[in-house]
Every structure is written in structure tokens, then in C-alpha cells.
Design a protein around this ligand. Structure first.
Ligand SMILES: *Cc1c(COP(=O)(O)O)cnc(C)c1O
Length: 468
């Protein structure tokens, strides 16, 4: 058996093959990277031969095989792992698909800030060192009504930092009904433990009264924490204590009242009849000392955690060692700065934020786009068939779980191909298409497909149609 391995030439000989040298030029590879590819391929060839899963009779055959496989390997290895996709699921804040899309003008700002040096920590009027905290603080103050604000890496980091700074070795009271787990990776109780906070659970899963909080306050209590139960919606006999009462109780006992808002609504969706969330501004008005929320959920910006609230606390946080550990990158600041500018200006500017636009777009508008899509593609497919369909989409990202958005889209119909195989083909496209399966049908919900993506979708579907 081992003598069959002898058909594989030594690496240094393979590297002299004209065909491989051509590939090296085509892909602009270094000697080392070509070698890495050839080594990987010969290693797996060796395994295949030893397992008798391949039979190569001559050196020429082996060389041919190695050349072909090296091309495949290099192509895959040097293609992006982080690819743009078409989200046809209708879920606007899809955690696995990168949550919020960034507004076009925010992307432009990121490019400029990334291309040049920037005023990240420089005050150009004074010509001296500045603070990155001042980039977005005024905008955040205006949008939230808070005395002060700052940003950290993400909202999980906000929670961790606030607890570490104000409740380490102390007790923080949380209602049992709010000890949520988000997406299996963020559990409030675990973060509390990690931060050294002593968790004082009160009430039951469905009922917590003000008195439950009162009873457990002692000398070692430092915080009352409220967590937005954003990834599930409790129905039935539930009762939670109003934040006004909680912040009042906190004040009486000299405790910090902190609310982790999760998504945090800054753009008012209730004006479109969507959900019943309070605005971040209203939460601050109710007397809560600190709030935190994500930048890439309803805010529609980059991954950051926003912390807003009383100046004395924010100042302490800015000086905390963790501020350096959890600090935000300039590109995220750039995206955030422009996203906030859009939110602060006229309504039509806010609607340039993809998340805001996609959540608020009406079913009628979506239906118009779908009917137009059907008109455009009426004659061009042979095997792929479409039909318009009424849908319901979700906001996603653990946000507004009770909200159903009436939507419109397409059912994809292809005979003689299984749903699984079609989904696989859609995912394998140059820009992968992530569809949704409902009632044993493949659905494209147009809520999360942008105008520009429609054109890409059509081009790719033509290729799919030909391949069937
Ligand atoms: C999403 C969420 C978090 C985590 O925020 P990230 O930005 O994902 O780090 C924390 N708390 C609540 C209530 C959330 O909904």
C-alpha cells in the first residue's frame, strides 16, 4: 500500500510545475502561500491514498490531481469568510446575519475616517489631546435626555462595566422575572457573577412587588437593577414594579437605579403603531440613574453599548480601568456618529437608517415592490416560479418580541427539487441568499431585501434557473 504513495512527487518539485506557477501569479501569492496550498493538498491526497479512497496509477496523474485540488484550495482559502448576504428572512435584526445594516452615509463616514488620520483623540481647535468620549456625547445627551453618556464595546460590556464599577462585592437586587438569557450567550445572572456582584433575586417569575425589593435592602445593597425582558413576552398574570416606583425606592435608600434596556428605542416606533416600548428618553425621565442599550439593535448603528444617565456616575465610568479595556474603535465611532446625526434630524433622514426603514416600511409598499419584481422577471425564468404571498415578519434580535409586522414577499416554486437542496443552492450563491421556510415552502420576505439587492437576486436566480 505504501508504495502507492510514491506517485506523489516531493513538494519542491511540485512547486516547479508551470501550472502552479501560473496560479501563483493569478492569485498574487508568495512562495510560502503557494507552498502552504500544495502541502495541504498533498497531505489530504496521502490520507486518501492510505484509506484507499483514491487510486492514482502514475506520477502524472498525481501531479494533475494536485494541480486541480490546489486551485480549488487556494480559491476557497482566499475567498472572504465574512461575506455580505441577502437576508430574505424578513427578520430585521437577525443576530446571526450581523444585526443592523449600517446607513449609507455612515458607511461613507467610516471609509473617510479609516482612509485618513482622524480626530479620534485630538482637539483640533486647541491643538491638544482630546477624548474619544466627546465624539458622540452631545448627540447621545440630546437623544436620551440624559446628563451624560458614553459608549463601550457592546451592551453586554455596558452591563459588565456598570456592575463592576458600582456593585462589585455589593448586592444588586433584580426581579426573578427579569433574569433573562439572550440568544443563549448573554445571561444576566452570569454577567453579574463575573463582575463580582452579589445577585439578590426577588419575587417570582411572574410577579414581583415593590415590597419584595424593600424587604431585601440592607447595608450592603448598592443597586436596584431592572432588565428589559426583551427576548420573550410574558402573557397572563404578570406584574412588575413600575420604574418610577423603583427609582423612587432607590433614591430613598441611596441606591443606584440601573435599567438594562437591551434594544433601547430612540426613534419613536409607536408613532407608526409599532410596539409599546418607552423611548429611552422616557426611561431617563422616570428617574432611573443609568440606562444601557445596544448600538446595533433598534438604534440601527454599529456594535456598541450606549450608557446614559447621571453625570456623576458616567464620570466615574469614564475614569474606570475597564473604560480602556472596553473602548470603542474609531470605525464604530464613525458609524455611530453619523447614525445619531440621522436620528437627530428630519424624519426622512432617520428613515435613511436601514433598521428604522425596514421596521416601519408598510405592507402596501412591499407589495408594490414584489409585484414590480414579478413583472420584471415574468418571462426570464424557465424552472423557477414565483408567486406573491402575504407574510408576517419579526423585528428580531430579542427586540419587540410581541410585535408582528404585516409583510409581503414571494413563494419560490421549483418542481423536482427538494426544499433542502434549493435552500443549499441559495446559500451557495455568490451573495448567499438566506431564505425562510414556512409551511414547507421557501419564502422571500421583501422587508429585509433592499432595492439594490433585488437586482443581485434576479441575476443570481437566472444562474440558478439555468443550473436546474
Ligand atoms: C441584547 C441585550 C444585551 C446584550 O447586548 P449586546 O449588544 O448584544 O452585547 C443585554 N441585555 C439585554 C436586555 C439585551 O436585550
Amino acid at each position: 500500500m505504501t508504495h502507492s504513495l510514491r506517485v506523489i512527487p516531493p513538494i519542491h518539485e511540485l512547486l516547479q510545475q508551470d501550472k502552479l506557477l501560473e496560479i501563483k501569479d493569478d492569485y498574487h501569492l508568495s512562495d510560502a502561500s503557494l507552498k502552504r496550498g500544495v502541502q495541504k493538498v498533498t497531505e489530504s491526497l496521502r490520507t486518501l491514498i492510505l484509506k484507499e479512497e483514491i487510486q492514482l496509477n502514475s506520477r502524472e496523474e498525481a501531479i494533475q490531481h494536485i494541480i486541480e485540488q490546489t486551485i480549488v484550495w487556494i480559491h476557497e482559502y482566499y475567498s472572504f469568510k465574512l461575506k455580505p448576504v441577502i437576508n430574505a428572512t424578513g427578520t430585521v435584526l437577525h443576530t446571526n446575519l450581523g444585526r443592523a445594516r449600517i446607513a449609507e452615509s455612515a458607511l461613507m463616514h467610516m471609509v473617510e475616517v479609516g482612509r485618513h488620520y482622524s480626530t479620534l483623540e485630538f482637539d483640533e481647535t486647541k491643538g491638544e489631546r482630546g477624548s474619544r468620549h466627546s465624539i458622540v456625547e452631545e448627540y447621545l445627551k440630546e437623544l436620551t435626555g440624559a446628563e451624560a453618556a458614553m459608549v463601550v464595546n457592546n451592551n453586554a460590556a455596558s452591563v459588565y462595566m456598570i456592575l463592576s464599577a458600582f456593585a462589585k462585592g455589593k448586592e444588586a437586587i433584580v426581579s426573578r422575572g427579569e433574569l433573562v438569557e439572550i440568544g443563549g450567550s448573554f445571561r444576566v445572572s452570569s454577567i453579574m457573577e463575573e463582575s463580582g456582584t452579589i445577585l439578590k433575586e426577588v419575587g417570582t417569575t411572574n410577579k414581583t412587588h415593590l415590597n419584595d425589593y424593600k424587604q431585601v435592602i440592607n447595608d450592603n445593597t448598592n443597586m436596584i437593577m431592572k432588565v428589559h425582558t426583551s427576548n420573550f413576552h410574558m402573557i397572563g398574570f404578570t406584574e412588575s414594579v413600575e420604574r418610577e416606583e423603583l427609582s423612587h425606592l432607590a433614591k430613598q435608600h441611596n441606591l443606584i437605579c440601573y435599567e438594562d434596556l437591551g434594544s433601547g428605542m430612540v426613534y419613536d416606533l409607536t408613532q407608526h403603531g409599532i410596539g409599546q416600548e418607552p423611548l429611552v428618553k422616557q426611561v431617563i425621565e422616570s428617574g432611573v440613574d443609568l440606562v444601557s442599550f445596544s448600538g446595533d439593535k433598534l438604534l440601527g448603528g454599529p456594535q456598541v453599548g450606549v450608557i446614559a444617565g447621571k453625570k456623576q456616575y458616567i464620570n466615574q465610568l469614564k475614569k474606570h480601568q475597564l473604560a480602556r479595556v472596553l473602548r470603542v474603535d474609531k470605525l464604530s465611532y464613525a458609524a455611530l456618529e453619523e447614525t445619531l446625526r440621522l436620528l437627530l434630524r428630519a424624519e426622512y433622514k432617520s428613515l435613511e437608517i436601514p433598521t428604522v426603514r425596514d421596521v416601519t416600511i408598510s405592507k402596501e409598499e412591499l407589495k408594490d415592490r414584489v409585484l414590480n419584481f414579478l413583472k420584471r422577471t415574468n418571462e426570464i425564468f424557465n424552472n423557477v416560479k414565483f408567486a406573491g404571498v402575504d407574510l408576517e415578519s419579526k423585528v428580531g434580535g430579542g427586540t419587540l418580541p410581541e410585535v408582528v409586522l404585516p409583510s409581503y414577499g414571494l413563494v419560490l416554486k421549483v418542481e423536482k427539487v427538494t426544499i433542502n437542496h434549493l435552500m443549499y443552492k441559495l446559500r451557495g450563491m455568490e451573495m448567499p441568499v438566506i431564505a425562510r421556510v414556512e409551511n414547507n415552502q421557501i419564502i422571500f420576505d421583501f422587508r429585509t431585501i433592499s432595492h439594490e439587492e433585488e437586482d443581485i437576486l434576479i441575476k443570481q436566480l437566472v444562474v440558478l434557473d439555468d443550473s436546474l
